[in-house]
Design a protein around this ligand. Structure first.
Ligand code: ADP
Ligand code: MG
Ligand code: MG
Length: 252
């Protein structure tokens, strides 16, 4: 049983025009086995929340706390966060020249578990997960993110999620740029991870469509750097029908 606890989180981003306050007191608790959707309009700070949890250097924490099972995540290096059981889908967005998907996954698994996975099982696990994500076996020999299409990047994220078995996973815009078929494959992967392990999921999205395939237990509406409304999955249906208008300040 794990708990990610975000308390009164306040974050500034460094821009060329100086520091800009983006998160204005975010409170959120994600426990093992729960799926929380964060939904909000573009520019509301959703990715800033994800990057802040990830420890991206551009985002300065100006207040509040983030803990995983009581441990201060904000004091940890990015690697330590991963070893503590946190998975961030945008954690390795960059190309890694000369490192194949296969080597990358094995290195990550070894770092997180503290020991190398037994090769026979591991090879089988990787093949099985790739098959279920409808990935060609040749994909394992490609360099990480080098020339990956949007869909391949997302599949690679979900492949990591399935193999690394984190305690808490933060998925930012996992649906963006996917056609319906790819969206289904990716969603099935998330759902397999949800049912196969006790992972807690923080699913960040602008659009409701992924929530047809991954039903959240809780929905949080995110506007202007804070949560302004909360509910169950029915709230996603309301947002799909009515949009964000009633949650955003009236425009003059
Ligand atoms: P969302 O993911 O909800 O679309 P973001 O967190 O990406 O929102 O952005 C929130 C606000 O912070 C926006 O106004 C955006 O322009 C600004 N912002 C975020 N990251 C940066 C950055 N690295 N440099 C400059 N501005 C940023
Ligand atoms: Mg955005
Ligand atoms: Mg975003």
């Amino acid at each position: 049983m794990s708990t990610l606890e975000i308390r009164d989180l306040q974050v500034q981003v460094d821009t060329e025009q100086g520091a800009k306050q983006i998160l204005r007191g975010v409170d959120l608790t994600v426990r093992s086995g729960e799926t929380h959707a964060i939904m909000g309009p573009n520019g509301s700070g959703k990715s800033t929340l994800a990057y802040s949890i990830a420890g991206h250097p551009k985002y300065t924490i100006t207040g509040g706390t983030v803990t995983l099972d009581g441990e201060d995540l904000l004091a940890m290096s990015v690697d330590e966060r991963a070893r503590a059981g946190l998975f961030l889908a945008m954690q390795y967005p960059v190309e890694v020249p000369g490192v194949t998907v296969s080597n990358f996954l094995r290195t990550a698994k070894t770092a997180i578990d503290g020991e190398a996975p037994a090769l026979r099982h591991w090879v089988k696990d990787v093949r099985g997960a790739m098959e279920q994500l409808r990935m060609d076996t040749a994909f394992a020999d490609r360099n990480v993110n080098e020339g990956f299409s949007g869909g391949e990047k997302k599949r690679h994220e979900i492949l990591q999620l399935e193999l690394l078995k984190p305690k808490i996973a933060v998925l930012d815009e996992t649906d963006s740029g996917l056609d319906v078929d790819a969206l289904k494959v990716v969603s099935e992967g998330v759902n397999r991870a949800r049912s196969g392990t006790d992972v807690g999921v923080l699913l960040i999205t602008h659009y409701t469509r992924i929530l047809r395939y991954i039903r959240p237990d809780f929905v949080h509406v995110f506007v202007d750097g804070r949560i302004v409304a909360e509910g169950g999955s029915e709230l996603a249906d309301t947002l799909e029908a009515e949009g964000y208008d009633k949650f955003t300040p009236a425009k003059a």
